[in-house]
Design a binder for this molecule. Structure first.
Ligand code: SF4
Ligand code: SF4
Length: 438
């Protein structure tokens, strides 16, 4: 198994010392490009974080918080930086400090506790929540609520969440065993994620079909949980560590099997468990071993000989790099290579494909104005590319781009690359079954 090399693991306490203030990262930073304000650039934020550590700026100052919260945590600055500055470690530390200074009302605390500690970590609550939302959409209630104008009475964030709500597909059962077959020489676990099974069930199904078609024996551990990325980015390191420990234990049934992930944000987080738990006497080594086994689905398929696709998929496709695949995991060519294996598929390059789409976890809900400005540019580039389909390997990016396309009534689809590969394989299957019947 090829070892995964973590991108430049600089200790968070000293990471700022590597910054030589050259400013090369500024032209890669979406918020700096939008605002042209130094404090909304990576260099400016590093300066502010250092000032907070030195006690010259307080973590509860509104000004400080605004500049920190406007950061998408896209990590484009890390890719651009010639000194290997690990900006994300510093930002995570800043978020911890901000969280420690946060003053929430009792209602706010209860909401946080329920959403982050209960809903994201419980399959049952998540499933029940999305089933209710599905009913809300299918029953016609959503149409009535939207027409009534009652959404205008809700807090802005809730109204925004409702507006961003995509059509929720049925959540399919994957029917996989807990562990892959021990005899198989291609063994993998599927990482399920918290939102993926509810909003992207078809992507999970496509992933399973493509992997199995390529001889991969799959397992789906029932005790796995949310990756913890949202918790970490909100400064809740303890919760992120708890989830990491649960996942590490859940995937230890077969320590030789790779852990395949089809959501770039989760994949980046899982690959950093080693760092997250580096001071844990029981889990430090296990976390390192776990992270070395994690593969993005495109990364994995690109590393093994796969079945040739024969049927044509005549589509013009633009690929958009998810930040947490490109900047956090350093994966650029694997998804493109896979798409190029599909005959007839014309892969067109998207201008600024390496720039964030404005989704960034729940950034599009928390920072709607900046998110919309960044999305506008992404959609303009998609239109310019002439693509009929946009492929991107992260659920948040797919949702964000879909929302942007739908809002403009554009007949362009946003899908996961694995869905295109699955489509190409399935075309062959359906042709064969038709000829067998005739
Ligand atoms: S590119 Fe790197 S070294 Fe230069 S200012 Fe940005 S973070 Fe600092
Ligand atoms: S993570 Fe992204 S938004 Fe934040 S400073 Fe770096 S480039 Fe800018």
């Amino acid at each position: 198994m090829a070892a995964y090399t973590q991108p430049c693991a600089v200790a968070p306490e000293t990471a700022h010392l590597d910054c030589i203030h050259c400013g090369i990262c500024l032209s890669a930073c979406p918020t700096y490009l939008q605002l042209g304000v130094e404090a909304d650039s990576p260099r400016g934020r590093i300066y502010l974080i250092q000032a907070m550590k030195d006690g010259r700026v307080s973590a509860d100052s509104l000004n400080f918080q605004q500049h920190m919260l406007l950061c998408l945590e896209c990590r484009a600055c890390e890719t651009a930086c010639p000194s290997g500055v690990r900006f994300s470690s510093m930002m995570d530390q800043a978020r911890v400090e901000m969280r420690n200074h946060r003053r929430l009302s009792v209602f706010g605390k209860l909401t946080y506790w329920f959403v982050y500690r209960k809903a994201f970590t419980s399959r049952k609550i998540m499933h029940l929540g999305f089933r209710s939302l599905r009913l809300y959409q299918r029953s016609g209630l959503q149409r009535m609520v939207r027409a009534s104008g009652v959404l205008g009475l809700l807090p802005r964030r809730m109204a925004r969440m409702e507006a961003l709500l995509p059509r929720i597909p049925p959540s399919p059962k994957l029917n996989l065993p807990e562990t892959p077959s021990p005899e198989s020489d291609r063994k993998a676990f599927l990482f399920r994620g918290c939102i993926m099974p509810e909003l992207f069930g078809p992507v999970h199904q496509a992933t399973v079909r493509v992997l199995q078609r390529n001889g991969v024996s799959l397992g789906l551990p029932g005790k796995q949980t949310c990756c913890g990325a949202l918790h970490l980015h909100d400064g809740d390191r303890d919760a992120a560590r708890r989830l990491a420990r649960q996942n590490i234990t859940a995937f230890e049934e077969d320590r030789e099997a790779v852990i395949v992930v089809n959501a770039a944000g989760c994949g980046a987080m899982l690959k950093e468990y080693g760092e997250l738990l580096s001071a844990d006497p029981i889990f430090a080594e296990r976390a390192q071993a776990f992270s070395r086994r994690v593969r993005d689905v495109c990364e994995y398929l690109d590393s093994i000989p796969i079945q040739r696709v024969i049927e044509r998929v005549d589509l013009k496709v633009a690929y958009d790099d998810p930040c947490h695949l490109l900047h956090a995991q350093g994966i650029k060519s694997a998804p493109r290579n896979l798409l190029r294996t599909i005959p007839g598929l014309q892969l067109v390059e998207l201008r600024d494909a390496d720039r964030c789409c404005g989704s960034a976890g729940i950034y599009n809900i928390l920072q709607p104005e900046m998110s919309a400005r960044i999305l506008d540019e992404k959609i303009a580039n998609i239109i310019r590319s002439g693509a009929e389909v946009v492929a991107s390997g992260n659920p948040g990016c797919i949702l964000q781009i879909r929302a942007g396309l739908d809002a403009r009534n554009l007949p362009i689809q946003a899908v996961h690359p694995i869905e295109l590969l699955d489509k190409a394989y399935s075309l062959r299957l359906s042709k064969h079954s038709k000829s067998a019947k005739s």
